[in-house]
Each structure stands twice: as C-alpha cells, then as structure tokens.
Design a protein around this ligand. Structure first.
Ligand code: TYD
Length: 211
C-alpha cells in the first residue's frame, strides 16, 4: 500500500514537471505563453520564476486581456479613471505602456476590419496621438472586461460601462478590449514583448480568490 502511494506521488510529481516543460516549449515557440494556464502545483518551480505564482493553480486565474485607452481617452485624461475600474474590480495589471501605434501594428490589430468603410478613419484616429496599452490578468478577464467596457457603439452602451459613461459616438469610443481569449493572446503578442509582461503575486489574492 505504502509502495503504491509512493508510486502515485512520484507519478504526480513527474506529471507536474512535464506540464512545466511543455509550457516552456510553448513559451519559446509562442510568446502567448503569458496566457497559458499552468497546470502544476502553484508552489512548484520550473526555473523561470513564473511558476511561483500562488494563484497559478486556480483554473482561469491567469487569463489575460489587452485593454488600450485610445487617443481620445488619453487626450481627455481618462487613463486614470479607466485603470481604476480594472484595479477596483480585482484584476491585476501585468503590462503597461504608452506608445504611438504604427500603421503596421494597427493593420495587424484590426486585420478583420480593413475592408470596412470606416477603416481609413479608424486608422487616422488611432494614429492621431498616444495610446496607453495594458495587459490585465484574472479570472474570466476577457469576458468581464468586455462587459465593463460596454457596447462598441456608445449609443448602445449601458451607463456604468466605460463607453457608456465617457463617450457618445462609435468613432470615438475611448477604449479597446479584446473580444475573445484567442484574440487576446494574439493582440498581447502584437502590442507587448514577453519581457514587458510582469509575473507577480498580489498580496490580497486570498481576498479575491478562494485558495
Ligand atoms: P470592432 O472590433 O467591431 O469593435 P470593438 O472595438 O468593440 O471590438 O471595431 C473596432 C473599432 O472600429 C471600434 O471600437 C470603433 C470602430 N468602428 C467604427 O468607427 N465604426 C463602426 O461602424 C464600427 C463597427 C467600428
């Protein structure tokens, strides 16, 4: 019986290492590792540091999304208020930068919209000034942040949402939020290098998640 238990424990430990190694493989091939859900023990160590996250053992907690305050939001000094909503909700900021988005970056970001009549205006607007790009992490962050941001068309966006509170026209809707987990992975890779993303533990995580 004791022997069987030892065998099982050894198998579990090996599986943990394999999960970690397979994530490492993914990581080098694809920087979207940032969104990977690590399957091994939250306290195990793969040698890269990120495995020490105390929340990494909870499914979905490491989901990430791209939020960007568009040029109109930056000009109107709304960055602080928008960030505060995500912090207040309990999400964790893991990437942040201000940049002037290039045509090339935006053409990849909006690759599915380039045949739309509004596309030239969208590009002009998005390159008209600095953008503040952020990566937020947490359980269900993609879906929740879409709800927090509100409908694409501010006229349809509910009060209490970012677009519903701060904008009135679709051509100036203040903020971008990834619309799917896959889309978020793609967009995070476009806007951020792996080194620009931070793995860190929030000291209050046990008040945000059951651990
Ligand atoms: P889209 O990806 O459809 O919406 P969302 O930003 O909510 O994911 O569109 C990208 C941006 O294009 C949108 O935020 C604002 C702009 N846009 C227009 O200017 N006019 C339009 O008719 C639409 C649909 C979008």
């Amino acid at each position: 019986m004791v022997l069987l238990q030892r065998c099982l424990l050894r198998k579990i430990a090996l599986h943990g290492q394999r999960s970690c190694v397979s994530q490492l493989g993914k990581q080098s091939a694809n920087p979207a590792w940032a969104t990977a859900k690590l399957r091994h023990s939250p306290r195990s160590n793969c040698g890269l540091g990120h495995c020490y996250s105390t929340t990494s053992g909870i499914p979905g907690v490491r989901e990430r999304t791209l939020i960007a305050v568009k040029p109109d939001g930056v000009q109107r000094r709304l960055v602080g208020q928008i960030m505060q909503r995500f912090e207040q909700r309990g999400f964790k900021l893991v990437g942040l930068k201000m940049l002037k988005a290039s045509d090339e970056l935006l053409s990849q970001h909006y690759h599915d919209l380039n045949k739309k009549p509004f596309y030239p205006n969208l590009l002009r607007y998005m390159t008209s000034g600095p953008v503040v790009a952020m990566v937020w992490e947490g359980h269900n962050v993609v879906r929740t942040s879409r709800m927090m941001v509100g409908d694409t068309n501010p006229a349809e966006a509910h009060p209490g949402t970012v677009r519903g509170d701060f904008s009135i026209h679709i051509s100036r809707n203040v903020v971008h939020a990834s619309d799917s987990v896959e889309g978020a992975q793609r967009e995070i890779q476009l806007w951020f290098n792996r080194k620009e993303l931070m793995d860190w533990d929030c000291c209050d995580h046990s008040n945000t998640y059951q651990v």
